[in-house]
Design a protein around this ligand. Structure first.
Ligand code: C5P
Length: 230
């Protein structure tokens, strides 16, 4: 299956408490964002790829891959959904079609396995809507009350964590994101925009280690996983 990729990379990553956005932190000699790009740049199905960057981003141009002619750049938005919408527009301006598949993947998720990517592409190739990689919740879930104590244990069997890539038809995703943004609804992933438009995404079970780097300890976890010393 041929596909396009949007990498939203315009977030500030405040939970990381670092001197730069998490996608620019170094692991194993390169930035997280460069590791993420590698998951896609070597794939024979890749038709186009766009990175969405904050307007005042001083870090991108320092990366070795900044001059790679295969990588398009779009301006990030205030919200992730705005960044993705700008990325989709950029792909359309560079020859993508409304019926093409597009995969949206967090810049801060550098451990996507090729087998997961291929599994997603295969599983959804004939799907009318599209879907996303996801992982069933493994821990017991609690709701807390205003007093900070457990008020309830939640049945976890139907609860999944939404990962990325999230794969949809470009036109369908653009229209759903546009409608959700115009209505001012909070959209934290692409599938929520589709849901808001009345369309339901398929969940494809992926590997639990396709984690989004979020907290400082995630960097050490990645280094151990990759056998890296820096
Ligand atoms: O903050 P969070 O971890 O949910 O961000 C997920 C991804 O969305 C990150 O790769 C981040 O850079 C991106 N993002 C963006 N534009 C924003 C906010 C987040 O591209 N305005």
């Amino acid at each position: 299956t041929g596909f396009h990729v949007v990498l939203p990379a315009a977030g500030i990553g405040s939970r990381m408490r670092a001197d730069r956005p998490k996608q620019y932190l170094q692991v194993a000699g390169r930035s997280i964002l460069e590791h993420t790009l590698d998951c896609f740049l070597g794939h024979p199905g890749l038709r186009g790829l766009v990175v969405c960057l904050a307007p005042d981003d001083p870090f991108w141009l320092r990366l070795a891959c900044a001059g790679d002619p295969r990588i398009l750049r779009a301006q990030g938005g205030r919200e992730r959904a705005g960044s993705v919408r700008n990325g989709l527009q950029c792909l359309l301006e560079h020859g993508a079609c409304l019926d093409d598949w597009v995969l949206v993947h967090d810049a801060a998720r550098p451990n996507l396995a090729r087998s997961d990517l291929d599994h997603l592409l295969d599983a959804l190739a004939n799907d009318p809507v599209g879907g996303l990689l996801a992982v069933p919740v493994r821990d017991t879930l609690k709701r807390i009350g205003a007093d900070g104590r457990v008020s309830e244990t939640i049945d976890r069997t139907p609860i999944w964590q939404a990962y990325t890539p999230q794969m949809f038809r470009l036109g369908m995703l653009r229209d759903s994101l546009g409608a959700a943004l115009a209505a001012g609804v909070a959209i934290t992933d692409e599938a929520s925009a589709l849901e808001w438009a009345g369309l339901s995404a398929r969940l494809i079970e992926g590997r639990a280690d396709n984690l989004k780097v979020t907290r400082p300890e995630d960097l050490d976890w990645l280094r151990r996983l990759w056998g890296a010393t820096s």
